[in-house]
Design a protein around this ligand. Sequence first.
Ligand SMILES: O=C(O)c1ccc[n+]([C@@H]2O[C@H](COP(=O)([O-])O)[C@@H](O)[C@H]2O)c1
Ligand SMILES: Cc1cc2nc[nH]c2cc1C
Length: 347
Amino acid sequence: MTIAQWTSRIPSLDMEAGEKAAAYIDNLTKPPGSLGRLETIAAKLAAMTGNPFPEVTPAGVLVFASDHGVTAEGISAFPQEITVQMAKNFLKKGAAINVFANQINADFQLIDIGMAKEVNENGIISRKIKAGTANFCKEDAMTRDEAVQAIQAGFEEAEKMIARKGIKCLILGEMGIGNTTASSAMISAFTNKNPASVTGPGTGLTEERILHKQHILQTALQNRNINAHDPLDILAKVGGLEIAGITGAMLAAAAHRVPILVDGFISAAAAVTAQALSQLAADYMFVGHYSTEPGHAIAINILDKKPLLDLQMRLGEGSGAALAFPILRSACAMVREMATFDDLANY
Ligand SMILES: O=C(O)c1ccc[n+]([C@@H]2O[C@H](COP(=O)([O-])O)[C@@H](O)[C@H]2O)c1
Ligand SMILES: Cc1cc2nc[nH]c2cc1C
């Protein structure tokens, strides 16, 4: 399928269901508006799902793992090998996202979309497009065709999870040493902002090494001759395979009216890409939390979203989104379980 065939499957929000939910919420036994954003979240969930009494359980977590050739430029505080080590940790259920996914009874799936080495262990899905991107300081991260293949893999894996497990809310996470550099390059290209304003410490660079990362980004963006009006060009030249996979998964969730919880900076870069491919895709998104990575604020500004939580996090993996999920679940429970003033009249 082509990108246009995927995006054409995304329906408009069901405004009628949203308005019905909003009217019903106003009749719940509380002063109108007193549950604040929870009320607008519930109405938005109704419009997304087409159901005035929306449901978000069970949640599903998809984590896409891949490597980045640009790590050769010394842009991360950690070595590339950590990507594979953390993939093994996800399979052993020892990572933060495993713990948080478990707390919300979410289904969890790890997808190798482009790690540098094989992880031949049970529980991982291999959709490897290639063994890491190229160093985009020197050449394009991937071909346009590889970017499309990675979007397709993400789309298919999300569709599978939604169909097989009846997933009603999709949480998108990632693992990839070097991917804050790719995300910074992408957001810089999308916004035409100087890379300095979208570059941060990632996993924990010192101030001095952040300056080096900015310099690498400046060089890369000068060398890549990006067409800023073409999201696929941006993704292919300076993006990442996991960012492409998440983009595809987001398009699939939107196509199935499944609400999406966007995580931190990398997940937000994928969300911006999905939105650029289809404005409708963003209608199905919530942003779980504020990441302290400076580019995140710029990305969510493009998405025009206000995150649900502010816990000073910058981990990735889908961890912030998983922590925000209970807020969506509470919004649904409010509509489904609270009494109305009509009920009160009969007491
Ligand atoms: O989600 C975020 O906002 C976030 C911010 C900083 C770092 N990360 C995670 O850290 C890794 C990338 O950091 P770096 O410094 O190697 O580019 C990658 O595995 C991400 O999941 C994630
Ligand atoms: C340990 C570690 C865990 C991570 N999880 C997501 N990105 C990560 C980066 C590192 C370095």
